[in-house]
Design a protein. Structure first.
Length: 303
């Protein structure tokens, strides 16, 4: 770790946390370097990644920074860690998670560690909310502090007024959901599909190869789903699907839902990532419709 000289925020945050866990005093120097490239306001601290691909990575950096600070010296770093905590809580989605599974795990661990050092007293907070057609009070105490409480605003637009009383710390979040028109097809990916019939006695088995690559100038995507919708009457070879996961670590997992197979790809680059598998016709279906293959980029997936 000592020989790693990168000034990338993710590398520095991870390095600082690893050194803090190992009890290495050099962790303080790494944190100082990390702080020097932070975006700091009067009540927040966060890091923007050079490639700016997703906010999930920025949440991870913030989470590791909190973990490093609170592991190394909670009393010294509490004011700075609090600023990072304030920023990270603004990134939560409506379900209490963040942008992906990985950044949610890191962020939750960081928030838990921060809270365990920061506040040891009783929790009894009442948040009174008023808006057009709504008068409601949320009570947060030691008995229900792990439960998410929800209330729907009956009228929009409206002005929301909040009053909080009591002891302890609680987070109130507003979530606005709305519909937008379907986006135009993206040219972010190249997708090619090839099929051939496997020679056997009944000619009921086909081999499918679907390859995808990334075309945009940032060089790599975040997680992508390759969706393969089979022709009616065909089922995939489960052995082939399992072998795919073993052979290519970039293919995170797959899901089979009837005739549809979803392959979750960690990232796509300019080099092709391919899924190869066999399908077998188990039922003869007349007037079948064509199968389809598509790609979906998970920019800010909810957890």
């Amino acid at each position: 770790l000592s020989s790693v000289s990168s000034r990338h925020p993710y590398t520095l945050a991870l390095k600082a946390y690893a050194m803090a866990l190992a009890g290495r005093p050099e962790a303080a120097d790494v944190l100082t370097e990390l702080e020097s490239i932070a975006n700091v306001t009067s009540n927040s601290m966060y890091w923007e990644l050079p490639e700016s691909r997703t906010r999930a990575a920025a949440v991870e950096v913030a989470g590791y920074a909190i973990l490093a600070m609170m592991t190394l010296n909670p009393e010294t770093y509490e004011p700075k860690a609090r600023k990072v905590v304030k920023w990270i809580t603004t990134q939560r989605n409506g379900q209490g998670g963040f942008y992906s599974t990985q950044d949610t795990v890191v962020a939750m661990q960081a928030l838990t560690l921060f809270e365990s050092h920061r506040y040891q007293g009783p929790l009894n907070v009442v948040a009174s909310v008023s808006a057009e057609g709504l008068q409601h009070s949320f009570t947060v105490n030691d008995d229900n502090k792990l439960l998410q409480q929800l209330k729907t605003l009956p009228t929009l637009p409206t002005q929301v007024n909040l009053t909080m009383t009591g002891e302890g710390c609680a987070v109130l979040q507003g979530v606005l959901r709305y519909n937008i028109p379907n986006p135009e097809p993206s040219d972010a990916f190249d997708l090619t599909v090839n099929t051939n019939t496997v020679p056997d006695r009944l000619c009921v088995t086909k081999h499918i190869t679907a390859c995808a690559s990334y075309r945009l100038p940032d060089g790599a995507s975040n997680m992508v789903v390759i969706e393969v919708d089979l022709i009616s009457g065909y089922i995939p070879d489960k052995v082939d699907l399992k072998e795919l996961i073993k052979q290519d670590k970039n293919i995170k997992r797959y899901e089979v839902d009837g005739s549809k197979i979803n392959f979750y790809i960690n990232e796509l680059t300019e080099r092709d990532t391919c899924v190869n598998f066999k399908v077998t016709r188990t039922v003869d279906v007349e007037d079948v419709k064509p199968g389809t293959v598509g790609g979906v980029r998970l920019l800010q997936s909810l957890v």
